[in-house]
Design a protein around this ligand. Structure first.
Ligand SMILES: [Zn+2]
Ligand SMILES: [Zn+2]
Length: 153
């Protein structure tokens, strides 16, 4: 099934979800919109789209700590798999694990102190503190999904 068909199906079945073309796949709780890349005909595109729709359907609207974010990602993939089976699409399990791994890597990297490279402590959704040198640094909490490897190429 092509992405355009999936977009059309989601639009007709879930009228409260708005889908809008953008330069990447993500769910924006503040705008209440799922963004997707037009004219992307790979199967991974459909999987990414379903994943973001999963976030929207699960109403992932509040901010979470980095530890909770991994759980949220897993939930969105579970929802994506439900949607996929309704559409008779199969999401590759290795792809999901790859996405979760790259997500964990990204979370790990942003938890490292820019000065001493040791793991910091998250004090709120946007801030980490290093317990060794007491440096504070900010992390974005705007997007649930950082661009996955596939979209980075
Ligand atoms: Zn430090
Ligand atoms: Zn996600």
């Amino acid at each position: 099934m092509r992405q355009e068909e999936v977009v059309a199906k989601i639009k007709s079945e879930y009228k409260n979800i708005s889908l809008e073309p953008a330069d990447n796949y993500y769910w924006s709780p503040s705008e209440n919109k799922v963004f997707y890349v037009l004219n992307n005909n790979s199967i991974e595109a459909v999987w990414a789209l379903l994943h973001e729709v999963g976030h929207a359907l699960l109403d992932h609207t509040k901010y979470f700590s980095d530890i909770e974010l991994v759980k949220i990602e897993v939930e969105a993939w579970n929802k994506a798999e439900e949607l996929a089976s309704d559409l008779d699409i199969e999401i590759d399990e290795d792809h999901i694990q790859d996405c979760l791994d790259s997500y964990r890597d990204w979370l790990h990297k942003r938890s490292l102190c820019p000065d001493c490279d040791l793991s910091g402590v998250q004090v709120n959704t946007k801030t980490y503190v290093c317990i060794f040198c007491h440096k504070r640094w900010s992390v974005t909490s705007e997007r649930f999904c950082r661009p996955y490897r596939l979209q980075n190429k």
